[in-house]
Design a protein around this ligand. Sequence first.
Ligand code: GLC
Length: 533
Amino acid sequence: MVGMNLNDQMQGSGSEWWRHAVTYQIYVRSFADADGDGIGDLRGITSRLEHVRDLGVDAIWLNPFYTSPQHDHGYDVADYCDIDPLFGTLADADAMVERAHDLGLKVIVDLVPNHTSNEHEWFRAALAAGPGSPERDRYVFRDSTDGPPNNWKSVFGGPAWTQVSDGQWYLHLFDSTQPDLNWRNPEVGEMFVDVLRFWLDRGVDGFRVDVAHGLFKEESLRDQVFATSEEPVSGASAGESMVERTAVDEPMWDQPEVHDVYRRWHEVLAKYDGDRMMVAEAWTQSAESMARYIRPDEFSQAFNFAWLLAPWSAEAFAKVITGTFEAVGHVGGSPTWVLSNHDVDRHPSRYGGGAVGLARAKAATLTMLALPGSAYVYQGEELGLEQVEVEPEFRQDPSWFRTGKPGRDGCRVPLPWSGATPPFGFGPGQGQPWIPQPAEWAELTVEAQAADPGSTLAFYRAALAARREFSETAGEEIELVDAGEQVLSFRRGPVTVLVNCGTEPVPLPDGDVLMASGPVEGALPPDTAVWIG
Ligand code: GLC
């Protein structure tokens, strides 16, 4: 048995809404399309927010909607203070925020500080001004006559350096259209404080900070050293590379200087009312390094990707839970659980796909929702959507173009809302979305599932409602319970949670079944989770 107590850390946290919030992630281009161009937009989101409210979450996080040439679907920002015409206007953004607030939902927007688009005015100026100029010093340009300046690889595959016509090279840890900013230049920090204030003044409640562990690189820009001769995959983000990462020596990630940036941003946010928050996307190497981002004067949350990376195994889940609470406990933070997002294969597919994959996914979700801390739900998981095999002609992920591997488009297919044929109400009329939806999604639309008490949507609504009720009294302490090798079990307040990761049914403890991820009669079947109270 392992006991964990967060009570001390929760002192004085009464108004920190994000500590226990469930946030729904909206992938803007795939949520709902109001103007009928096949790509989701802000007016589409505003028109469908009731679905999110009815689900029973507390907040939404929107992927980037800023002006962008869309080489990485908006993570290549050309203007941080305007909306891409694909998605609407600033007035549409204001209306979306207002509607969300009216529905009781907080709004978190995405901030992309590691790199800009190569079409950002700063990068254009850097190219025009030439080597040695102050304009080039906002990015990481280097001379090298003998190939790229070091051996770093892009997270999306291939070298992390591109040469420009005068012979210099610029660093891009992602696509060549995403040049890395030079955070050692104070102008860069000033620019982002202005961007934060711009959105805070417009009423947003928080920021999801992209590649939060990347802003500073070791100053020497030394070569990365690899333990094996395998093709290096730098400690990363972005799809498969996150799962395959092997490097332990990472001069481009998680440098101590990044934390000064977040201390400054924390102060900026603290000047605003309403507990504005920040959540870090930081694919660090350990729970301890993740927890450094949520020290009291830095981020409010950091995604706990260890949970998402864990295989379907009681032992692996228990290890992640124990390690997470230990690490966040040391810094007075609380954990942030997530199973799916726009960068990884959807969790029903990761757990094997089909009926088994979905059963396991629901069980993992129910377990996540029982744990103290906050949780994120990615659009479409409430419908039980699986990863889609996207035909090559529709793929748009830059990693597909750089490596020839399928990439992340399969978790970004537009949502099915209603009707029997594509576009399933995603947009008006019969116009088809940017990625075709599978015909089988006819059974998975929001409309179809809302009418079916046995649907995945009904399960999510019930689980989120049960969580709200249960977390009011359950406290912040959990205790792992020994229920055999194949079963993860813990107690939180009056409730005992069990997940059967084995192949045989296991007996249930005494008590009432408060919530179950699948049918439970007398015993707990494989691939099922239950809350007993
Ligand atoms: C983050 C985003 C991912 C994006 C990358 C580069 O990992 O989640 O979608 O491609 O950063 O900005």
